[in-house]
Design a protein around this ligand. Structure first.
Ligand code: ATP
Ligand code: MG
Length: 302
């Protein structure tokens, strides 16, 4: 079905990226809650290119991919409606800790999602990071914001080297040489590994505050040793799996098939990890942190 703004009742803001906001909306005709992402303004020629390319999104149907409901345009801005994920993105759920069996399940879902995009739709994600991994209270883990087309990517404005870069070393190098042709699946595998590290450590592994500037931070990614999962909380198998994603040489990184056949994920196939319980606890922790922050901000009433 097609969607337009008149059918939507706007609810609260779900989050804000570098360029736009994502709002929860209710699609009144179907009574379905959705997440609506607004892109930035574009020229008409580009809008037409996007309309054609959006078609691919309707075919991106898999258990590990956030469902696409439709898009519409208002005054040269794209509005994009997708499945609402009621536990939000992983970056905000990792605070309470991520035990190894949960990490394995997240990894397995991400790899299956990425493999589906690549094998079935010939899409490379290009923006793998914890904010683009969404979770719901059923315990499902799904990917969003993948790079369907150059134009759509630009309209949703995601090519940026922010203060948290998940870009592979070869891409950082390519970018500085203004060479955009270097993107391959293996660059996504690096970003996947880095996301696992962030989820496992509970924080981004190249924290901006430890570097004097962005250049120093990017230099550490390109020339330093890749980060590892902490030894005290993860097994040798888990650590090896992540290490295979974070090889500096893209040719040496594991493929999706190898990652799925690795003992770390083979074990997950028969694991009965309680994801619903983990999401519940993670949300409680997130709410407690938000409450404490709000209290710290409000001046004491008399
Ligand atoms: P960037 O701008 O670098 O891509 P980002 O991924 O955080 O960063 P957005 O894609 O604009 O930025 O998303 C903003 C936030 O909105 C996300 O971090 C996530 O918490 C929330 N969000 C996005 N999509 C959904 C969704 N479908 N359901 C629930 N929450 C969502
Ligand atoms: Mg996003």
């Amino acid at each position: 079905f097609s969607i337009n703004m008149d059918q939507l009742q706007l609810d609260e803001e779900l989050g804000r990226g570098n360029y736009g906001t994502v709002k929860k909306v209710l699609h009144k005709p179907t009574n379905v809650a959705m997440a609506m992402k607004a892109g930035r303004e574009l020229e008409d020629a580009k809008l037409n290119a996007i309309i054609m390319e959006l078609d691919v999104l309707h075919r991106a149907v898999a258990p590990e991919i956030v469902e696409f409901y439709g898009a519409f345009f208002i005054e040269s801005c794209v509005y994009y409606c997708m499945e609402y994920m009621d536990a939000g993105s992983l970056d905000k759920l990792q605070g309470a800790g991520v035990p190894e069996d949960v990490l394995a399940r997240i990894a397995a879902c991400m790899v299956r999602g990425l493999k589906f995009l690549k094998d079935d739709l010939n899409i490379i994600h290009r923006d793998v990071k914890p904010t683009n991994v969404l979770v719901n209270k059923k315990g499902e883990i799904k990917l969003c914001d993948f790079g369907v087309s150059g134009e759509l990517d630009k309209s949703l404005a995601k090519t940026n080297i922010g203060c948290q870069s998940y870009m592979a070393p070869e891409r950082i190098k390519g970018e500085s040489q203004n060479n955009l042709g270097t993107y391959t699946v293996s660059s996504d595998v690096w970003s996947l590994g880095l996301s696992m590290i962030e989820i496992g450590m509970g924080k981004y592994p190249y924290p901006p505050e430890t570097y004097s500037n962005v250049f120093a931070q990017l230099t550490a990614i390109v020339h330093g040793d890749p980060p590892e999962l902490p030894e005290d909380s993860y097994s040798e198998e888990a650590r090896d799996w992540v290490a295979q994603c974070l090889r500096k040489d893209p040719e040496r990184r594991a493929t999706y098939k190898e990652l799925l056949d690795h003992p770390f994920l083979v074990r997950d196939r028969t694991s009965n990890v309680d994801m619903v319980k983990w999401v519940e606890k993670a949300l409680e922790h997130k709410a407690a942190v938000a409450l404490a922050a709000a209290k710290a901000q409000t001046p004491q009433s008399v």
